[in-house]
Design a binder for this molecule. Sequence first.
Ligand SMILES: [Fe+2]
Length: 299
Amino acid sequence: MAKGSIIAGVLAPHPPHLVYGENPERNEPKSECGWEILRWGYERCRKNVLAKKPDVLIVHSPHWMTTIGHHVLGLPKFSGISVDPIFPNLFRYRYDLNVDVDLSLAIHEELKARGMLTKVMRNPDFRIDYGTITTLHLMNPDWDIPMVSISSNNSPYYFSNEVGMAEMKKLGEATRAAIEASGKRAVLLASNSLSHRHFVTEPEIPEDMSFEHVYHHGQYLWDMQVLNLMKTGQCAQLLDILPEFIEMTCAEVKAGALTWMLHAMGVPDYPADVHAYGTVIGTGNAVVEWDHENRGGVR
Ligand SMILES: [Fe+2]
């Protein structure tokens, strides 16, 4: 069997507004439009990533938080209606997804072998979190590629950013080892916004873009600094400043998805493609692709 590999990694944020703005049949609420820069960025990224013919999409989401250890899904199918608890007016999405159980269990075994706490979710009624659903929809609205979902361990919140990042490094390295042994072509999806201070009221028409703008100039400057490090292939430097970025902007990357993904890819030193940056209720969101198969080389 050929060695498996990570063919791409994507910073793939999950504001439900982007699904709402797109009006897929699976989402009950309907919009007129909205958040085009981010949605069109996702379209470009999706085209690149799906052209690589991945066997599996692996998502790490802050909204499946587990206090003890790292959990994975252990049944081949999950279905239901995913409702965003903050924006039920925007996101009531019917999902029906297929899990790559072999790879889920391989990650589980790899974690165990490294002495890490891990558990397999086998409750058929388990509700998949809206972050995972939104990211997967935006990357592959046809839902025709099996997925693996990894929970976000609570360590950065219970202990510190540094402890959480050390845990995500180990999780990333274990994920890479399991992918390589699987023989599969995997895409990693870090389901995170960047800066995360946000407005607390919504306009009467949620997609009225005259209300959408950065929450705070300082937060925006931090996002630009982080994106410039990604664009110039300086991910080691990015990891160095991440704890400060998290503290200064309440960044959602605190939950670990970006750290997990960068370490799984061996901390890239080549430029990433920033497909879009935009705000959603003032939070900073970017769609960023690492063409890991070609190490950022010319397409
Ligand atoms: Fe979120």
